[in-house]
Ligand binder design. Structure first.
Ligand code: UDP
Length: 376
């Protein structure tokens, strides 16, 4: 069975890595990797291939940045000839970026030259597989929410990280045979990389001490695109920085907007750095007193690490990190940020690791695929 795996942006790489590995080791599957090039700079892409030992992509579509419509269209335009050439029986997409929906949409209408037998019937299109399905923020202002919903609708097999996502899919009327609760491939990567990450020299390089700093990431358009909003957030965080220095690996989307935000981020309180590689970031998260973020994946990673996380958003598509983990949904109101910081400092949240976030999710997925495709 020929499987094409698709990755395009930073959060995709830790999800695709364990799938590539396990599929590559399982007899009966031939696996290829397509990089759409949605993220292309070294800090958001190449370093992940090195840190996570992801094989070099078989194909790089090099789409780069553009508006949503242009980027989605460009991925579609460049991905269709790949299917034409490769004729895969299955395509795996992960997460919720534009490449995810773009490739899923192409696959779902792509006629194979040679139909194959699937579930007892001739199948004329590749089987479409979505890993990290069913997550919903119920916030349609978020481009990722549109990508998630649409990708799930047109995927045949939906692999799910948490029970809330199973409930969402059931509520949308998705047939049970499409839903598989298998756990979290991103956590497979975290657990596999943990020991190696502890050897990273990033704390020493930045002159940081364990537990003595907070770590910040910000890149959601709703938080960073408007300089007044960004200024309000950074202003509130500057008060925290007076007590604990804040390490801030600045996303390329956010970088050009910081100057306009009108908050002086003094070097005594703030360490502004470029985005760091996966292993360095894992070390930074593991040793932080607190992580402050608007990222999706980081809410999950901090839950597994047992590190308190303040999420600067009004909603989360990953509610298990609140109900079981160490995540706190704070929003961006300065009073709420202050109050949450105080509460977390006095009484740090203690959580537990959600079910199946145990390093075996990719194996569970490949076991399901082996069954579905009759691979022994
Ligand atoms: N990450 C990283 N270096 C950084 C910031 C994040 O390696 O400087 C990793 C992080 O550990 C997680 C992934 O990037 O695995 C999350 O990506 P991002 O926050 O961009 O995307 P989201 O999860 O919000 O879609």
């Amino acid at each position: 069975i020929k499987v094409l795996c698709v990755a395009g942006a930073r959060p995709n790489f830790p999800k695709i890595a364990p799938l590539m590995k396990v599929l590559g080791e399982t007899e009966g599957f031939e696996v290829h990797l397509v990089h759409t090039g949605q993220h292309y700079d070294d800090a958001l892409s190449r370093v992940f291939f090195e840190d996570l030992k992801i094989p070099k992509p078989d194909l790089d579509l090099e789409v780069g940045s553009a508006s949503h419509a242009l980027q989605t269209a460009e991925v579609m335009r460049r991905f269709e000839p790949v299917l034409e050439q490769e004729q895969p029986q299955a395509v795996v997409v992960v997460g919720d970026v534009n490449s995810t929906i773009a490739c899923a949409l192409v696959v779902s209408k792509f006629p194979l030259k040679q139909p194959f037998m699937w579930r007892g019937k001739p199948r004329h299109r590749p089987v479409m597989i979505h890993v990290e399905a069913g997550l919903r923020s119920f916030d349609e202002e978020m481009p990722e929410e549109i990508n998630r919903r649409l990708t799930d609708t047109i995927s045949d097999l939906l692999f799910v990280t948490e029970m809330d996502a199973v409930t969402n899919l059931r509520n949308e009327g998705v047939a049970e045979e499409r839903i598989h609760f298998v756990g979290n491939v991103m956590i497979d990567t975290l657990l596999a990389a943990r020991d190696k990450a502890m050897q990273s020299g990033i704390l020493e390089e930045l002159e940081l001490e364990k537990d003595k700093y907070a770590l910040l990431t910000l890149h959601r358009p709703s938080n960073v695109d408007d300089s007044t909003v960004l200024g309000k957030i950074l202003g509130a965080l500057d008060e925290i920085a007076a007590e604990r220095p804040i390490v801030f690996p600045v996303h390329p989307r956010t970088k050009p907007r910081i100057a306009d935000a009108g908050v002086a981020l003094s070097p005594e309180r703030w360490k502004l750095i470029d985005p760091v590689g996966y292993l360095d970031f894992l070390r930074l998260m593991s040793s932080a007193h607190l992580v402050i973020t608007d990222s999706g994946g980081i809410q999950e990673e901090t839950t597994v690490l047992g590190v308190p996380c303040m999420t600067l958003r009004e909603n989360t598509e990953r509610p298990v990190t609140l109900s079981e983990g160490t995540n706190r949904l704070v929003g961006i109101d300065p009073d709420a940020i202050r109050a949450s910081w105080k509460a977390i400092s006095q009484d740090p949240p203690v959580g537990r690791v959600p079910r199946y976030w145990d390093g075996q999710a990719a194996k569970r997925i490949v076991a399901v695929l082996a069954r579905e495709f009759g691979v022994q």
